[in-house]
Design a protein around this ligand. Structure first.
Ligand code: CAA
Length: 261
């Protein structure tokens, strides 16, 4: 597939998608969100891909929805399009992906960019990363999950302050607050994130899918429902050949040879 606003490649079971509008700080225009949706759907459908890595490269993740494009719309025209800046295309594709999607963030992840990183399963941040929901500065508000996912990730006080003032969080604060899984030096971000994705891709794919679903239950369900879901999912893994292989390999002191990866 040929794209103009993103680049897509595949290596060792990992689908790597790089946002590619450097002059606009990877601002999310409708072409980009549409191409990203198509790319993620294609990687999701590709049996050779077992983990997806989403990045903006070494300088910037994304500075939010494309304000210059968005300002040409009014309520009626966006309503007619079903609010594509925050719904449909890439947002649906990331939400529905059963394969893990990792965000590798360097530089600004603002507005829709921060929301896109948070929609992924976890974020690895460069030491240059800056996260924020600055929509209040242009008289609007987060619309693609910012008020919800940021609050769940960092708690009410920080989320409320950031959304109401537009204050950004640097990588250190983001790690301390639980927004990112870890920080790496900017120049090693892409390699570190790729190694993590490749490690996930080497694991048993059905077990990976079940773990992803179960961890997501923890943030979307009440504890009792989440615990019940996890118990059933755990029991189900005993139906996988890979589960028997993994346990036998451990007992026999050898590396597991998973069939489903
Ligand atoms: N939309 C469109 N263009 C953008 C953009 C955006 N969100 N962010 C940056 N750009 C463009 C700038 O217009 C500029 O283009 P020109 O060279 O043609 O003028 C170029 O990228 C570089 O930007 P700056 O010159 O502003 O660079 P800077 O280093 O001085 O500042 C910045 C960087 C702090 C990210 C600043 O550009 C900025 O504040 N951007 C807007 C951030 C924002 O408000 N994001 C939220 C958007 S709304 C949203 O996302 C809604 C939602 O929930 C989906």
């Amino acid at each position: 597939m040929e794209f103009e606003t993103i680049q897509v490649e595949q290596r060792d079971g990992v689908g790597i998608v790089t946002l590619n509008r450097p002059k606009a700080m990877n601002a999310l225009n409708l072409q980009l969100t549409s191409e990203l949706g198509q790319a993620i759907d294609a990687l999701e459908a590709d049996a050779g891909v077992r983990c997806i890595l989403l990045t903006g490269g070494e300088q910037v993740f994304a500075a939010g929805a494309d304000i210059k494009e968005m300002k040409e719309h009014d309520f009626a025209s966006l309503y007619g399009l079903d609010f594509p800046y925050v719904k449909r295309d890439c947002w649906r594709a990331i939400d529905e992906a059963r394969k893990p999607v990792i965000a590798a963030v360097a530089g600004f992840a603002l507005g829709g960019g921060c929301e896109m990183a948070m929609a992924c399963d976890f974020i690895i941040a460069a030491d240059t990363a800056k996260f924020g929901q600055p929509e209040i500065g242009i008289g609007t508000m987060p619309g693609a999950g910012g008020t919800q996912r940021l609050t769940k990730a960092v708690g009410k006080a920080k989320a409320m302050e950031m959304c109401l003032t537009g204050r950004m969080m640097d990588a250190e604060e983001a790690e301390r607050s639980g927004l990112v899984s870890r920080i790496v030096p900017a120049e090693t971000l892409l390699e570190a994130a790729f190694k993590t994705a490749r490690k996930i891709a080497s694991n048993s794919a059905p077990a990976v899918a079940m773990i992803k679903q179960s961890v997501n239950m923890a943030v979307s369900a009440h504890l009792a429902d989440g615990l019940r879901h996890e118990r059933h999912a755990f029991q189900s893994t005993f139906a996988f050949e890979d589960c028997a292989e993994g346990m036998n390999a451990f007992a026999e002191k050898r590396k597991p040879d998973f069939k489903h990866r």
